[in-house]
Design a protein around this ligand. Structure first.
Ligand code: ASP
Length: 316
């Protein structure tokens, strides 16, 4: 086992063997999660605090379940109701929490880089649950596990990431992870939704779905991140669906056994046709949710192990 990090802040610092270590352990947790009794004690005695400064349904629930299944004491901070509203800074909040000796801090924040900053101030392991448009590492890891299980490998695949790339932390983390694992990545979307620094990504860029989806193994759709748009990036949702929404006709250009993914929440009829999303022969969207719990269990276990190794007297 090679994973030696103190935090999980992004995919960027991870090596291919770090990624494989998380996915291999997560595979074991998929088995545990399918049993009647889904419990382990690997995090027993440890305190996990979830701080979500931005709305989340699946990610927060997934981290909570992951911690509970591993025996941690899990606390959800209601950040909307917290002192942040009274003007306390992010760092003050973090320092206050730090004084309560959490072991694992799971943080989502609307500002890119906020989670990294916080990790420098606290003594516990920090997991980034999504920061602005920067990174969402556990999403990319759960996507990787879903792909590896569906395709039997995580290398030399042709993978299309489609839609609002510019505002998406899911796209950024996936581009990094899938690139490190030596896949061929295509980004498909309107030029207005492509990041300006795209040239540095080592990817192929298309603005036509039929062309971009030609012969791909994986089709990853993204939500239009309207909350991060400060102007008109698309003419209308109807027009967007017509050109970039995934429907049966467009999907026909991909390989016959191509899988369809979406990180959720989905806008049916905007970036994806409802029937495609529900087609159990093509869509692995529910599997992604299942893999999410397993990947978060694995990531938290590996970080807890590293903490124990560094301070055995505290963590014994
Ligand atoms: N749930 C993902 C995220 O938090 C994707 C999305 O919101 O569209 O980034």
């Amino acid at each position: 086992m090679t994973f030696s990090h103190s935090h999980l802040l992004g995919i960027e610092p991870l090596t291919p063997s770090d990624i494989t270590a998380i996915l291999d352990l997560a595979d074991q947790y998929v088995e545990l999660n399918r049993r009647d009794v889904k419990h382990s004690n690997v995090l027993a005695g440890l305190t996990q605090v979830n701080m979500f400064f931005e709305n989340s349904t699946r990610t927060q629930a997934s981290f909570e379940l992951a911690g509970k299944r591993l025996g941690a004491d899990v606390m959800n901070m209601a950040m909307q109701a917290s002192s942040i509203k009274k003007g306390e800074t992010l760092i003050d909040t973090a320092m206050t929490l730090n004084a309560m000796h959490p072991d694992l801090l799971v943080v989502r924040h609307p500002h890119s880089g906020a989670v990294d900053l916080l990790a420098q101030k606290v003594n516990c392991a920090v997991l980034n649950a999504g920061d602005g448009r920067h990174e969402h590492p556990t999403q990319a890891l759960l996507d990787a596990l879903t792909i590896r299980r569906a395709k039997g490998r995580l290398h030399r695949l042709s993978i299309a990431i489609c839609g609002d790339i510019a505002h998406s932390r899911v796209a950024r983390s996936n581009i990094m992870l899938l690139g490190k694992m030596e896949n061929r990545i295509r980004l498909i979307g309107p030029p207005t939704l492509m990041p300006s620094e795209i040239g540095a990504f080592g990817v192929e860029v298309y603005d036509d779905m039929a062309e971009g989806l030609n012969d791909v193994d994986v089709v990853m759709m993204l939500r239009l991140q309207k909350e991060r748009m400060d102007g008109g990036f698309i003419p209308s949702e109807r027009e967007y669906y017509h050109r970039y929404g995934l429907d049966a006709l467009k999907l026909n250009h991909a390989k016959n056994d191509a899988i369809v993914m979406h990180p959720g929440p989905m806008n049916r009829g905007v970036e994806i046709d409802g029937e495609i999303a529900d087609d159990i022969n093509r869509s692995v969207i529910q599997e992604q949710v299942e893999m999410g719990v397993a990947v978060r269990m694995a990531a938290m276990e590996l970080l807890a192990r590293n903490r124990r190794a560094k301070s055995p007297e505290v963590m014994a």
